[in-house]
Design a protein around this ligand. Structure first.
Ligand SMILES: Cc1ncc(C[n+]2csc(CCOP(=O)(O)OP(=O)(O)O)c2C)c(N)n1
Ligand SMILES: [Mg+2]
Length: 800
């Protein structure tokens, strides 16, 4: 349905646009020149970038968007967003005054740090746009399963800078979106032809247009505004159009910066003395000529509103909106304007042109022509803001205390994971119905195959497995249906993490909770790391299962063998990392994980529980393909708790303990063997099974901080475990990963420590070859123990 905007509505929208530009510009100026508490780090990139998007954002937020729509805002347009929310009464003056300050409005829109309803956190360019695409897919997933149908379908909208399209993840997600039939997704490109350093290449829009069309998107090029379009219809207008169409980006930018007289000079000398067009140019003052020549569609409200409202389908749309970086400000168009900041004198002039009286800078309606009553009525009726809280909530699903799994005498954690999911897949519970698995082309090799056989693949349109209908035997049944619970992705790991981010925010975006589980090979976490970081930053909730891992993946060799990932697991905020050795441990951790990812983190974090478990988070399980002998034991509640807290004594150290071996993950057999072989030569040896270096470390750090703040009784799990250890015993730690993962254990009580692990790229070989070569086998553990503890030589130590 084509709607046209009335002159009345247009007038008021124009007033609002002025106000958005003013408030965003003033907010940045205030932070730098008035509050002046930015530690010398002046705001770069905000003033010009915000001005570039001010009109587009005004058209969207105050006219086009609906409460069910969700938006990812280009990082440097954050001041516009906060200004818009301020006008709508959702942002405070204090926070604007404190823009970029401690607890003030954030430099880049942040779901977790801002209070004004940011839908998606942005900052790392390219990720916000992809987040909207995957959020559209998640919305479809949710609705295809029959959930949330009482709510209207929303559009997922990204406002992105033209230089963001340089990021590879953009293309990865476009391809995936095409495969999955993405709908209801709008990308609005702020085509100001400037990035941070430079003016961009000529004709990029054509590349974009072809690219988006190839991926099935509708492309709407918004080039000229209504003034220019009207001028083109005047006599001589066609010559003007040809000139501007051919004008190189650099020259156009330079003329924008220089203003009316420069436009006239160039136009006259380029077009020459042609009657009609000379008249067209000559009839305008310098100021009018400048206004005409900079009247690009991205700064023209009627054109924008009309273009947005004309869309009457749910196919994805890319709008390429021509804009001017710094539009309306003195450095408009200047190629160095990214970090440009208006001087106090320039701001003073701008204040006057905006009719803002000194001291009235924060007044919402100051300097506008419409009456405050009329403006307020308009704001009260803005459709986008009419829907109540934008953050939705969803109830938690009850989780079982224990998960069923048949533990074989020998088993790997990866096999255990497959078996656990296979068992879960049989259960008709609500929780299991909400599980959605996904994997970047490693579904079968990460052992999700039997889960997928039972729960099938998701697609909005069903399709049969031809191998099955042709009766060709196959272990896997790849049937697609709208009720399927596995989303099969192409190999791009960035897409995995952005999809997990979108799935993991479904409770708050769609009001429907999902339990996302994503699998990939451990080394390829690095491939999607920034997307993982942003997923965690916006508090998305998911379980990441990374397998295989480490040099234990022996024959695969070299860089396929992950080294740094345990440290990533420790250092990455928002995700708790585990590396179990035994399948019963994994079962306990997975049961914990299903509950943990559903906990909510509203309100201040309490340090009552040193692991901040009350706030929940995501989970990372580092698993292995190495089958190891399982321990026959009954799982007790205290053992389960210790596993979840990060460690337990597999063999308690005696009162005269000389050595403790602390291991994590697949090297358990080596640690167990080494302890057995040392027993005759070292007293009371202890064996510590570490299931989560991350949580052990986090609890320890938090408890120390709490004690320093006066909570003298604060104790962490590792401090309790080490409480009885003699001070002079030695500590050997071993992990198939970087040795720093466990090396810190020596600092807990000041024990001498020898950390074993892998510091250099892997090799092809057998597990035995590699454990020996990198020094994480039983012999290396014994050698380390001998080196750091006094006493007779350990008899079983082979000559190395
Ligand atoms: C992944 C990433 N790399 C680099 C940056 C630093 N950076 C911030 S904005 C920007 C250029 C943005 O250009 P564009 O997207 O065209 O937006 P504009 O400044 O024109 O508004 C760069 C390189 C970033 N934020 N994220
Ligand atoms: Mg740009």
């Amino acid at each position: 349905m084509r709607k046209t905007i009335s002159q009345d509505d247009l007038a008021i929208l124009g007033e609002v646009e002025r106000k958005v530009l003013w408030l965003a510009t003033w907010t940045i100026h205030y932070a730098n020149h008035i509050r002046d508490s930015t530690d010398g780090l002046k705001v770069g990139g905000h003033q010009a970038s915000s001005a570039s998007l001010a009109t587009i954002m005004t058209a969207l937020y105050f006219r086009v968007l609906r409460p069910q729509d969700r938006v990812a805002v280009k990082p440097h347009a954050s001041p516009n967003f906060h200004a818009i929310q301020y006008l709508l009464g959702k942002q405070t003056r204090e926070r604007l005054e404190n823009f970029r300050g401690f607890k003030g409005a954030q430099s880049y829109p942040s779901r977790t740090k801002d209070v004004d309803d940011v839908d998606f956190s942005t900052g790392s360019v390219g990720l916000g746009a992809a987040q909207t695409l995957f959020s559209s897919l998640v919305q479809d997933y949710v609705r295809a399963h029959g959930w949330g149908l009482h709510r209207p379908e929303g559009r997922m909208v990204a406002l992105l800078g033209d230089a963001e399209l340089d990021e590879g993840n953009i293309f990865e997600c476009l391809l995936e979106g095409w495969k999955q039939g993405v709908r209801n997704c709008w990308w609005v490109v702020d085509y100001n032809r400037q990035s941070l350093d430079a003016v961009i290449r000529e004709g990029l829009w054509q590349r974009y247009e072809e690219l988006f069309r190839n991926f099935g998107w509708d492309v709407v090029i918004l080039k000229y505004g209504s003034l220019l379009e009207a001028a083109f219809r005047e006599p001589g207008g066609e010559a003007l159009r040809q000139w501007i169409d051919r004008c190189p980006n650099q020259l156009y930018s330079a003329l924008v910066f220089q203003g009316g007289a420069a436009w006239r000079k160039h136009l006259e000398s380029d077009i020459g003395d042609q009657d009609a067009v000379s008249k067209l140019i000559g009839s305008r003052s310098d100021a009018d000529l400048a206004r005409l020549m900079t009247n690009l569609a991205g700064h023209d409200l009627p054109t924008l509103v009309e273009a947005f409202e004309r869309v009457d389908h749910d196919r994805p749309v890319c709008f390429i909106g021509y804009t001017i970086k710094g539009y309306g400000l003195p450095f408009a168009g200047h190629k160095d304007n990214h970090a440009g900041l208006m001087t106090t004198a320039q701001m003073e002039r701008f204040r006057q042109t905006m009719n803002v009286r000194p001291g009235q800078e924060w007044e919402r309606f100051e300097g506008l022509h419409e009456t405050p009553e009329r403006l307020q009525r308009f704001l009260d009726e803005v459709p986008f803001a009419a829907g109540g809280p934008r953050r939705l909530t969803a109830p938690r699903f009850a989780t079982p205390a224990e998960l069923a799994v048949a533990v074989q005498p020998e088993m790997s954690t990866q096999t255990g994971f497959g078996a656990l999911l296979n068992e879960l897949a049989r259960e008709p519970s609500e929780l299991v119905a909400r599980i959605v698995t996904t994997s970047p082309d490693v579904t079968v090799s990460t052992n999700l195959g039997s889960w997928v056989n039972r729960r099938s693949l998701f697609a909005r349109e069903a399709s049969a497995d031809i191998f099955k209908s042709e009766r060709i035997p196959s272990t896997f049944n790849w049937e697609f249906s709208a009720s399927g619970q596995h989303i099969e992705l192409g190999i791009a790991e960035m897409n995995l993490f952005i999809l997990l981010s979108a799935l993991g925010l479904s409770h708050t975006i769609n009001g429907e909770r999902l339990i996302p589980i994503g699998t990939l090979y451990d080394p390829f976490i690095a491939r999607g790391l920034d997307a993982l970081n942003y997923a965690c930053y916006q508090d998305a909730r998911f379980i990441l299962v990374a397998t295989p891992s480490g040099i234990t993946l022996a024959p695969e060799g070299g860089a396929h063998q992950s080294i740094a990932e345990p440290l990533i697991g420790m250092a990455q905020d928002g995700i708790a990392a585990f590396e179990p050795a035994f399948v019963d441990e994994l079962a306990g951790i997975l049961a914990f994980a299903l509950d943990y990812i559903q906990k909510d983190s509203d309100g201040d974090l309490s340090e009552q529980n040193w692991l901040r478990d009350e706030t929940g988070g995501s989970i990372y399980l580092r698993l292995s393909t190495r089958p190891i002998e399982q321990i026959k034991r009954a799982m007790t509640a205290p053992l389960r708790q210790a596993i979840v807290d990060g460690a337990y004594w597999l063999r308690e150290p005696g009162p005269n303990c000389q050595v403790v071996v602390a291991y994590a993950g697949a090297v358990a057999p080596e640690a167990i063997q080494a302890v057995g072989l040392m027993a005759e030569d070292r007293r009371d040896v202890g064996l510590l099974a570490v299931t989560s270096a991350d949580r052990l470390n986090a609890g320890w750090t938090a408890a120390m901080r709490a004690r320093e703040r006066g909570l003298v009784h604060a104790r962490s799990h590792i401090e309790r475990l080490f409480a009885q250890l003699p001070t002079n015993c030695g500590l050997v730690t071993v992990v198939d990963g970087h040795p720093a993962t466990l090396a810190w254990l020596g600092s807990v009580n000041g024990h001498r420590v020898r950390p074993l692990g892998v510091e250099h790229f892997g090799q092809t070989g057998t597990i035995a070859d590699l454990y020996c070569y990198y020094g994480i086998d039983a012999n290396a553990i014994i050698a380390a123990a001998q080196a750091i503890t006094p006493g007779a030589p350990i008899r079983h130590l082979k000559a190395m």
